[in-house]
Write a protein that binds this ligand. Structure first.
Ligand SMILES: C[S@@+](CC[C@H](N)C(=O)[O-])C[C@H]1O[C@@H](n2cnc3c(N)ncnc32)[C@H](O)[C@@H]1O
Length: 275
């Protein structure tokens, strides 16, 4: 009997292999209740240019200002599209996440309200809203707004009862050289002082416009996961959350639509393997 050298892509295991394509396509291959933790860093939908109006006729003003920071087509949807997109991916995350698992979603005020409402509509319970304080954030050049110096991270679970993992003792004991707000022996608060700068090896394989610092994903996993578990990363970008999963001893499942970012993430992961 001859054995196939490699299984066809449709049946290949998604474990520890970054999928190049839409998360919804990958999700369709995943079984119910099959992942332990999800770190989702979706498009914030903030690439609108100077005239951000959701709907001029209906008088929905949007956010004003020149929001071209990311300036990518994957980050530019109408409000309806973004709401539909959010419900679709969150619905799949709810299906595949174990009732004992945790879901973490990144955002800013541009998108986090939509995500919060979508979670409530889908029956996903928010545990905490974390303010990621970015001490070294860029000044506001227009001098017409406060300097945006935080992002939001929602921590949620999908269980009927609150059985999600919370490594409370680790969190209480933890301190971080760069976090001026967290003292060892004191409960972890919902404001995290995590500088947005990255180590050289985080940037060595190419640039992504919204790359997160590795230490943020590592904190999330230390707080709510355990080695040997499976971490789902629906929007992998440059692979930060996948690398964090590897470093924390977890398996990962991940998707990314943009080929250039897939390449960066794969190079980072290959470098991790020989580290
Ligand atoms: C905010 S970035 C993630 C950055 C990542 N946390 C990092 O540190 O590199 C969002 C990513 O989602 C990707 N993306 C957008 N829509 C997607 C989809 N439907 N499925 C998979 N990836 C998608 C974009 O190409 C982008 O790289």
């Amino acid at each position: 009997m001859t054995r196939a050298a490699t299984p066809p892509a449709e049946v290949a295991s998604p474990l520890n292999a970054l999928f190049h394509g839409d998360f919804l396509v990958l999700a369709a291959r995943l079984a119910d209740d099959s992942v332990d933790v999800v770190i989702a860093d979706p498009p914030y939908n903030a690439s609108k240019g100077g005239d951000w109006t959701w709907d001029a006729k209906a008088g929905l003003p949007g956010f004003g200002g020149d929001w071209k920071k990311v300036d990518q087509t994957w980050d530019d949807m109408s409000l309806d599209q973004y709401f539909g997109f959010t419900l679709a991916w969150l619905g799949e995350v709810k299906r595949v996440l174990k009732p004992t698992g945790s879901l973490w979603v990144h955002g800013t005020y541009h998108n986090i309200g939509v995500i919060n409402v979508a979670m409530q509509m889908l029956g996903i319970e928010i545990i905490n809203e974390v303010a990621w304080y970015k001490r070294n954030s860029f000044p506001n050049l227009s001098a017409r707004r406060l300097t945006a110096s935080h992002e939001t991270i929602l921590w949620a679970h999908v269980g009927k009862t609150r059985r999600y993992r919370f490594n409370y003792d680790w969190a209480k004991a933890a301190s971080f050289p760069e976090d001026r707000l967290k003292e060892a022996g004191k409960q972890m608060r919902t404001v995290w002082d995590v500088p947005n700068n990255k180590a050289r090896d985080e940037l060595a394989h190419g640039k992504h416009p919204t790359q997160k610092p590795l230490r943020l994903a590592e904190r999330i996993l230390k707080l709510s996961a355990a080695p040997g578990q499976v971490c789902l990363v629906p929007f992998a970008g440059a692979g930060t959350e996948c690398v964090a999963a590897v470093r924390e001893g977890l398996d990962f499942i991940a998707a990314e639509v943009d080929e250039a970012y897939v390449e960066i993430a794969r190079r980072r992961l290959a470098a991790e393997a020989v580290r």
